[in-house]
Ligand binder design. Sequence first.
Ligand code: IPE
Ligand code: IPE
Ligand code: MG
Length: 249
Amino acid sequence: MTLPKHIAIIMDGNGRWAQLKRRPRTYGHIKGTRVAKKIITACSRKGIKNLTLYAFSTENWFRPQTEVSFLMKLLRRYLKRETENLVKENIRFSVIGDLTRVPGDVYQAIEQAREATAQCTGLNLVFALSYGSRQEITLAVREIAERVAKGEISADDIDEAMISTSLSTYPTPDPDLIVRTSGEQRLSNFLMWQAAYSEFYFTEVLWPNFTESHLDEALSAFSVRQRRYGKVSVNDNSIDKNNLEKLPN
Ligand code: IPE
Ligand code: IPE
Ligand code: MG
């Protein structure tokens, strides 16, 4: 079975899951964190090289203050409790997103987890936190424009590779598979440049109900997708040169 080298997951539906149980949204976030932990371990054990989890978007800052601060506390607690396990599982942890907006104690926990796992060589685990694709692209454009202004490069030197390497995801390869739970079928400002040729897998399952077997379903759906990148299939000989000559002018 062809495994994706990079899976990116939009973990959505925590709030709805809690509402269905007549519990506060925060309860859904707690369950969602537990599920994230399980899926990280599962990906690591399956030998997947890169996993990006959309944990908090730039737009999520506009949620009620109580929910935002709860999510930040939850993240801090997760990192404090989990770092040791990450090291044990040889998982390297990093973050993409605007960390200037994150509370100081959360930032510290992130730095500690990053440092503790820096030498790990197994799964590359990336949390997209305070992340927005538009902001990421805007920053990259600004940085490149500054280099042009300083005369380090000329406008003609700007190519796709330069843009890719200026994004916060570099050097992680583009996601092969993007999974979104909870039935929504949109990117919500996630990895827009990087998703140019990603395969999408949408499931109605709410994130707190997502299990390793749902992950397996996504992986097996991915393994039978034909990725053509705009070309034709390798074995497709159906283009007949004689017919081409018959085309009207
Ligand atoms: C995803 O679940 C978690 C975050 C965005 C932090 P939601 O909180 O978006 O849950 P729903 O979509 O409201 O159900
Ligand atoms: C996207 O989910 C962000 C995360 C899962 C962290 P949202 O729930 O914020 O997205 P919208 O508002 O439904 O587009
Ligand atoms: Mg949501």
